[in-house]
Write a protein that binds this ligand. Structure first.
Ligand code: PSV
Ligand code: MN
Ligand code: MN
Length: 428
């Protein structure tokens, strides 16, 4: 079942077909000179998918305000429908990642059936122990999995185990755990004991994981704990994932590091250690800005993919999960998510066309300039025709934003979906 009329996509594509064909042919010639087969690259890009976070389809916000957009999703079924539009047009986002309890549902198998209908599956499921829910017995004001109070920790553990149970009903295979636990004053918290308590709680969650599940430990430098966060960096994440066992791995959200941190180095280390869970893609200039992927630092995104492609080239065993994690404050989330998914695909394609043996040889010979030029040639090549062909071949739109705007989808759903001032999980 498609949300939009496929005829509209075909009409738009028809006008651009000739240009895409000649641009693709020209790029194919360029790449052939570098001994790269464009069709092989295209097939790899076509097989790549990045999940949509259910909270991403609602308008985001900041601590200052949220400006609701028209036709925002009212519930998880509306969110799935929006994800269906993104998937239909951009053909890069086959998975949806739910957040509990932001996503409420009384019939999970029914939700799964609806997702199936759109051709969507469910990616990792996210727990929430960073905000209090109505009627909750214990508050998370001073932490959750690492709280000093055993009852609060037990409540947070139980919530995560419930998330796993929900995930099992919809076909998820991983639980992502991000906690806001930490302290705002030096001295507020015993730093070592807080981590020990976190580990003790995380072990109980880990013990409840089904055999074929993974647990993604997501670190973040700060916020809401602005002095010390319990899982503040990949070091703490790695310690936790190692202590837990092989099913626990470290998730890298691009925005969760200090400015200038070399994220691709972290990725390389985690791959080597067999502990890379996957990614939350977004971009930032200052901190956890949650801007659209590649909108500020596309070279950095490319360098992350370069590590992934290099590791795959060297046949290292790893299976990262890819997801966007952004906050859309001034754009239509559907447009941002389609554009960001294409940006992630672009970085992957650019990394795929790096001449690996030339790069290896330059590195081996300590030829810094040639190595840097070789790497950069991948980034500087316009791979747009590959992305356009991938979408076209899969029945998607050559120009997803243009088709989306022409479809009038947002105006149409706005008639049934009243603007709401609540956060609805949009503020992250
Ligand atoms: C908070 O920083 C955050 O944005 C994390 O990145 C999580 O992945 C997300 O919220 C949802 O829990
Ligand atoms: Mn994240
Ligand atoms: Mn974040």
């Amino acid at each position: 079942m498609t949300v939009l009329d496929p005829g509209l996509i075909q009409d738009h594509n028809h006008r651009l077909l000739r240009h895409v064909a000649s641009d693709y042919e020209h790029l194919g010639e360029q790449l052939a000179r570098r001994h790269i087969d464009i069709d092989a690259v295209r097939q790899k890009v076509a097989a790549f998918g990045v999940a949509i976070p259910s909270w991403g389809v609602g308008t985001g916000g900041t601590r200052f305000a949220r400006f609701p957009g028209p036709g925002e999703p009212r519930n998880v079924f509306d969110k799935l429908q929006d994800c269906g539009v993104i998937w239909q047009l951009a053909r890069a986002t086959p998975g949806v990642s739910l957040h509990i309890p932001w996503d409420q549902c009384s019939d999970w198998p029914a939700l799964r059936a609806v997702a199936d209908g759109y051709g969507l599956g469910f990616d990792a499921i996210n727990s929430n122990t960073f905000s209090d829910q109505p009627g909750q017995a214990h508050s998370y004001k001073f932490g959750s999995l690492s709280h000093t109070d055993a009852g609060t920790r037990a409540q947070a553990v139980a919530h995560n185990i419930e998330c796993v149970a929900i995930g099992q009903r919809i076909g998820s295979k991983a639980l992502t755990v991000w906690v806001g636990d930490g302290s705002n004053f030096p001295g507020q918290q015993h730093l070592r004991r807080a981590f020990e308590r976190y580990l003790d709680s995380a072990r109980q969650i880990y013990a409840a994981l089904p055999d074929d599940w993974r647990m993604f430990v997501e670190h973040k430098i700060c916020e809401p704990a602005f002095y010390g966060t319990v899982i503040q960096d990949w070091g703490s994440s790695y310690l936790a994932a190692s202590a837990l066992g092989p099913k626990a791995q470290c998730l890298v959200d691009l925005g969760h590091h200090a400015p200038n941190v070399n994220i691709e180095m972290i990725v390389a280390r985690l791959i080597a250690a067999g502990k890379l869970a996957g990614f939350h893609f977004n971009d930032s200039k200052y901190g956890d800005d949650d801007l659209d992927a590649g909108s500020i630092a596309p070279y950095r995104l490319f360098l992350v993919f370069n590590e992934l492609v290099a590791a795959a080239h060297e046949k290292l065993a790893f299976e990262p999960a890819y997801m966007l994690d952004q906050s859309h404050n001034v754009t239509d989330p559907i447009e941002s998510l389609m554009t960001s998914a294409a940006q992630v695909q672009r970085s992957y394609a650019q990394a795929l066309i790096v001449e690996r043996s030339l790069l290896d040889a330059a590195q081996q010979a300590n030829d810094a300039l040639l190595a840097s030029q070789t790497l950069k040639r991948g980034f500087e090549t316009d791979v747009t025709p590959i992305l356009q062909r991938v979408r076209l071949d899969a029945g998607g739109a050559i120009d997803p934003v243009a088709v989306y705007r022409a479809s009038g989808y947002r105006q149409r759903v706005a008639k049934d979906r009243p603007a709401s001032a609540g956060s609805g999980g949009g503020i992250v």
